[in-house]
Design a protein around this ligand. Structure first.
Ligand code: SDX
Length: 430
């Protein structure tokens, strides 16, 4: 980054010069690292709407143009031409793999898909009706208790092994969480299946009869994984980075990311969106919900709509919408009432002044739930699928941070507006 430019700031009569750093793409940044030392003031930005927390080479988003690049490659091209494990390689190592590199990477991931047999006992400690995200937070965090040989973050080889283990085992753990919730036996991963087919097999196969994965559904599943793989410094990725900045082991950091993703304002929106579409139920009830979303006194928001960064269509939502049409056609449920409500809700919202003025468009979560439900997943599995897809993004961002020699513990400051200094008052004087 060239930092030939600078900005001048006048703080109580003192002029401060701050470097301006220029990126490959996107807005310049004001480098305020020396501001507190020079001017004895903090910046103030709750929710970090105007703050760059790091520099990164992994993912770029242009919210105005509705663009998303993984290592410079547009998401539309990767969704159409690539596949998830190749995208994982790209996010982890920065370049598209040669054929030999891809075969080696896929083999390494495939050979790490089983979990330690004793981890099965973890699931037995949960109630059967536990939300699979609760199970995943617990079991992924507990990986630290099983894989001691890949928790030393100072060792690049251990960082690599931990990365492969997480990418390989998250689908197995997510499938186990699902099987446990429906009282069916766990299904072991199979090395003869590709990543997406393996996940579908672990979720939907039963010991009583053969289960053949439909290649078209596997392709749709794989595309959903790719669309969710990374997304710059979103809330859960920032959580992983902050946890990792203290030197916590990668399994603990990814468990923290899963916990943050669970929120309905973030990755939990795909479950909340489908439940909202079901609650609306029919096209004629849409105006009632549009009115609720616009009512300042009503906390209701249109789930699957709006985004902190995208003030244009979320490019992932466009691909997901096409995929929804394909999958529902394939499954013979193209007149799916939920999809009809979703499409009409989108049409009405995109014409409504409130949504247009606030630049609220469908996001990645708006259509994903419709596809996942059609594939046979319960809504409780939507966010676990988002989590397993995003694991490669989290771990790539974590590796980038840990490998940065400038890396230091993240420690934001605050604007203190509490009580001024005062003396203790004895109980009998209060
Ligand atoms: C993901 O960051 C990422 O990259 C996340 C993600 C990723 O890949 O990691 O892209 C994944 O989390 C997608 C977002 C999924 N969440 C939802 O679909 C939940 C519904 N959306 C909203 O909660 C909201 O849009 C957020 C949280 C996504 C973004 O909120 P912002 O940018 O902080 O905006 P805001 O809350 O300040 O809202 C701005 C205005 C407000 O009105 P005013 O106070 O200005 O009058 O827009 C309104 C909001 O009331 N608004 C909505 C709305 N979203 C914003 N009104 C109705 N319905 C909505 N969905």
């Amino acid at each position: 980054m060239a930092d030939s430019k600078s900005a001048k700031l006048l703080v109580e009569g003192k002029e401060i010069e701050l470097p301006i750093l220029s990126p490959t793409a996107g807005p310049d940044v004001l480098d305020i690292r020396k501001l507190y030392g020079q001017a004895d003031v903090f910046t103030y930005d709750p929710g970090f709407t105007s703050t760059a927390s790091c520099d990164s080479t992994i993912t770029y988003i242009d919210g105005d143009k509705g663009e998303l690049w993984y290592r410079g490659y547009p998401i539309e091209q990767l969704a159409a031409e690539s596949h998830y494990l190749e995208v994982c390689y790209l996010l982890l190592y920065g370049e598209l793999p040669t054929e030999a590199q891809l075969v080696d990477f896929e083999t390494r991931v495939t050979r790490h898909t089983m979990v330690h047999e004793q981890m099965h006992n973890f699931f037995r400690g949960f109630r059967r009706d536990a939300h699979p995200m609760a199970t995943m937070v617990g079991v992924v965090g507990a990986m630290s208790a099983f894989y001691h040989d890949s928790t030393d973050i100072a060792d690049p080889l251990q960082r690599e092994i931990a990365s492969i283990r997480l990418i390989a085992k998250l689908p197995t753990i997510a499938a186990m969480a699902y099987k446990y919730s429906i009282g069916q036996p766990f299904v072991y991963p199979r090395n003869d299946l590709d990543y997406a087919s393996n996940f579908l097999h672990m979720c939907f196969a039963v010991p009583a009869e053969p289960y053949n994965v439909d290649p078209a559904l596997a392709r749709a599943m794989d595309r959903i994984f790719t669309l969710h793989a990374d997304h710059e410094q979103n809330a859960s990725t920032s959580t992983v980075r902050l946890a990792g900045s203290s030197g916590a082991n990668p399994f603990a950091c990814i468990a923290a990311g899963i916990a943050c993703l669970w929120g309905p304002a973030h990755g939990g929106a795909n479950q909340a969106c489908l439940e909202m579409l079901r609650e609306i139920g029919s096209v004629d009830r849409i105006p009632e919900y549009i009115a609720k979303a616009k009512d300042k006194n009503d906390p209701f928001r249109l789930m699957g709509f709006g985004h902190r960064v995208y003030k244009n269509f979320d490019p992932r939502a466009k691909v997901m919408k096409e995929s929804a049409d394909e999958v529902l056609e394939l499954l013979g449920v193209h007149n799916n009432p939920t999809l009809q409500v979703a499409k009409e809700l989108e049409r009405i919202a995109l014409e409504d002044e409130y949504f247009v003025s606030k630049k609220l468009y469908p996001n990645v979560d708006f259509y994903s739930g419709i596809i996942l439900e059609a594939m046979g997943f319960p809504t409780s599995m939507f966010t676990p699928i988002f989590a397993l897809s995003r694991t490669v993004g989290w771990i790539s961002q974590w590796k980038e941070m840990i490998g940065d020699p400038q890396n230091k513990i993240g420690r934001p400051r605050q604007l203190y507006v509490g009580a001024d200094k005062r003396d203790y008052v004895d109980l009998d004087k209060r």
